[in-house]
Ligand binder design. Sequence first.
Ligand SMILES: Cc1ncc(COP(=O)(O)O)c(C=O)c1O
Length: 391
Amino acid sequence: MLEAAKRLVTPSTRSDVPPFMVMDVMAAAARIEAAGGRVIHMEVGQPAASAPASAIAAAGAALSGPLRYTETLGILSLRARIARHYGERYGVAVDPARVVVTTGSSAAFILAFLALFEPGERVAVAVPGYPPYRHILKALGCEAVLIETTADTRWAITPAMLIAAHRRAPLKGVLVASPANPTGTMMTAQALRDLHAAAAAEGISFISDEIYHGLDYAFPADTGARLSEDVVVVNSFSKYFCMTGWRVGWMMVPQALIRTIDRLQGNLAISVPTLAQIAAEAAFDGLPEMEAVKHGYEENRRILLDGLPKAGLDKMLPVDGAFYLYADVSRFSNDSFDFAKRMLEETHVAATPGVDFDPINGGHFIRFCYAGSAAEMHEAVDRIGRWLQSG
Ligand SMILES: Cc1ncc(COP(=O)(O)O)c(C=O)c1O
């Protein structure tokens, strides 16, 4: 009976995407905590702070009324507020009609890939990079073309790298993130502009993941919205606005894709959770609160940049933005999963092994998320320093 059922229920090959190795680190951290240990959590990429008070109040007020479906592309006033944000933050005028509210930026990737690419088409993504880009592409039958980045190009895909991959076999799209996960490294405005120009000249669609915008320390992050209306810009309330669990994000799409995305989202989701949309609109009234949270990350970044080299981790990628620091641990290990496991067991500091983000060189790196408190950062540096110096 069981054998017959197994034959009937065979997962598709395209659904065979890898899990996050960090889940194993989290499970080990939970075991330490269950046994009474105190773990400093630097493994999960999310803010410790809550949503802005304005967002929470708006959601609270909305709870007593009916919560119905909204327009498929999002509540009109929220789309208008997001468009206004581009004027205020970047000085770029955006037509609210091109703004689509999504269930986190995660849903925006599914919509963008479905709208832009046929099965089998090739899309360039940077390595190291956020794994779901390649896993979603695979699940949709597309091919993620991994472009290995190095210090030579400041960890960015360059026009030359893009064109070389395109000449090997045509690319249909390229996706960049700045600031990036896992590195926190940003593309300069010029690098973004040059890559977009090269892609546009070859008819390669350009997707810009701007989920960590607002969290830029080294220099201001520029938006793909400035480059061309043909760029698909993806963003979210998850990071800067500390609203990961609310599951609300947005995208800005070329005019020619609005109706396509409307039809896709209508069928896939009907609309984005109404409560989250109401909260998201009010979140824009909480900018001063979110700037204070950002200043906390800035201080954490300073503590790590000062302390980790003294602790023994003196090689890292440019720590420009987001709340990540990607440290080279190759002096100690070529197996970042084992390194992260031992560090957790022996220091109770949890971090993510680079193998999650980079199938090529990830064994040499671990990612620290510095979205916690300053006291935790000091303690983490201290614990890691004593551990590395004792071993
Ligand atoms: C680079 C990047 N893009 C997108 C996402 C997805 O976030 P969400 O779906 O919460 O907007 C994440 C989450 O960690 C991320 O790091």
